[in-house]
Design a binder for this molecule. Structure first.
Ligand SMILES: [Zn+2]
Ligand SMILES: [Zn+2]
Length: 309
C-alpha cells in the first residue's frame, strides 16, 4: 500500500509560545488566531499534533504533505496509475513536476534524502512538453468500467485512510473541506470539459440517518465550489437498501449494489461527474453509472478522494 507516512505523536508538553500583547492582537489578526490557539489549541484531526505551518485545517502540515498523491501518467479511462512509466523516485525531480511538491508516479512528499542520482531520462522528458497522449491500461482495453472515466486524488492508505475514517465514522465533517480540495487540486486540471453537474453517490437512507450525513455529499458540495459547477444530489437515488460494501469481499460487491440506484430523467443527454470518498473495486460507481446511462446520461465520470491501489 502507501509508503511510510510521517505521523507526529501527540505532544505531551505544549511548546513555548511567543508572548502576545493586546496591541499586537489588534494589529495582527494572525497573531490573534495564534492567541486563540493558546486557549483552544487546534489539533490535527489525524495525528492530534498542534496545527502549524502549511496546515490545511483540520489537518496539520506534515499529515497533509504525507498524503500519497496520484499524478500522471495514469489510465485515461479508469485512472489507475501506469507504473511502467514511473520514473526514478526523487523528491528533487518531483518538485519540478508538480505544484504540490510531489514526485511523478506516486507522490511521496516525505521521502527522505531525495536520492537525486536518478537523472531525468528521455521517456519522461516528454511530460515537460505538455500532457501525455491518452493511454488506456490493459484491463480497460479488455473490459472498461461502466463509467467513461475516473480520477482519484491519492492512494488510500496512511494519513488519508485515517482522515477518511474520521470523516465517515468519527463525525469529523470538517475533514471534507481539505479532502475535497485535494481532489480538485490533483484532478481538476485533467477533468474533461462539459460537465453539467456534480452528483454525490447516495448513501442508503438508514445509514445516512445513523451517521447524520452522507460523506460523499459533503465532499461533492466542496468539489462543486472548487470546480464552479452545480451539485444535483437528486439526480441519483438509492432504489433499494444494500449491505455496506465494506462488509463484503470484492467478488460480492457487484451483486450487492446491482440495480440499487435510480437516476432522474433530468440526466438525459448530460455529462455527469459522480463524487465519492473512496474507489475500492469500483462496483458502486459502476452501478451508479449504469443507472445514469439507463436514464440517458451522455457522459459519466467518477471523482474520488482516494483509490485502493
Ligand atoms: Zn497531523
Ligand atoms: Zn484503465
Amino acid at each position: 500500500m502507501a509508503g511510510p507516512v510521517s505521523v507526529l505523536p501527540p505532544l505531551e508538553h505544549p511548546p513555548s509560545r511567543p508572548r502576545l500583547t493586546p496591541l499586537s492582537l489588534a494589529v495582527f489578526p494572525r497573531l490573534a488566531t495564534a492567541a486563540l490557539d493558546l486557549v483552544f489549541p487546534a489539533l490535527c484531526a489525524v495525528c492530534e499534533a498542534r496545527l502549524g505551518p502549511r496546515r490545511r485545517d483540520p489537518l496539520c502540515g506534515p499529515c497533509w504533505d504525507a498524503i500519497d498523491r496520484i499524478v500522471p501518467p495514469y489510465c485515461d479511462r479508469c485512472g489507475v496509475p501506469m507504473p511502467m512509466r514511473e520514473p526514478p523516485e526523487s523528491s528533487e525531480l518531483g518538485a519540478c513536476r508538480s505544484d504540490r511538491g510531489s514526485s511523478a508516479g506516486f507522490a511521496r512528499a516525505t521521502l527522505p534524502g531525495g536520492g537525486s542520482e536518478g537523472a531525468i531520462e528521455a521517456p519522461f522528458d516528454e511530460l515537460e512538453e505538455g500532457p501525455p497522449p491518452p493511454a488506456v491500461c490493459s484491463a480497460c482495453v479488455a473490459d472498461g468500467p461502466a463509467y467513461d472515466y475516473s480520477r482519484s486524488a491519492a492512494v488510500y492508505g496512511g494519513v488519508l485512510r485515517e482522515a477518511l475514517h474520521r470523516l465517515k465514522f468519527g463525525g469529523r465533517r470538517a475533514l471534507a473541506r481539505p479532502l475535497a480540495d485535494l481532489a480538485v487540486e490533483q484532478c481538476g486540471p485533467s477533468l474533461p470539459d462539459g460537465i453539467a453537474a456534480i452528483v454525490p453517490v447516495p448513501l442508503a437512507g438508514d445509514r445516512e440517518r445513523e451517521r447524520g450525513f452522507n460523506q460523499a455529499a459533503l465532499l461533492a458540495e466542496r468539489v462543486a465550489q472548487g470546480l464552479a459547477l452545480p451539485v444535483r444530489a437528486r439526480w441519483l437515488a438509492r432504489g433499494r437498501a444494500t449491505r455496506p460494501q465494506s462488509d463484503l469481499p470484492a467478488a460480492e460487491r457487484s451483486a450487492n449494489v446491482r440495480g440499487a440506484f435510480r437516476a432522474a430523467p433530468a440526466v438525459a443527454g448530460r455529462h455527469v461527474l459522480l463524487v465519492d470518498d473512496v474507489l475500492t473495486t469500483g462496483a458502486t460507481l459502476a452501478e451508479c453509472a449504469r443507472a445514469l446511462r439507463a436514464a440517458g446520461a451522455d457522459r459519466i465520470g467518477a471523482l474520488t478522494v482516494a483509490r485502493v491501489r
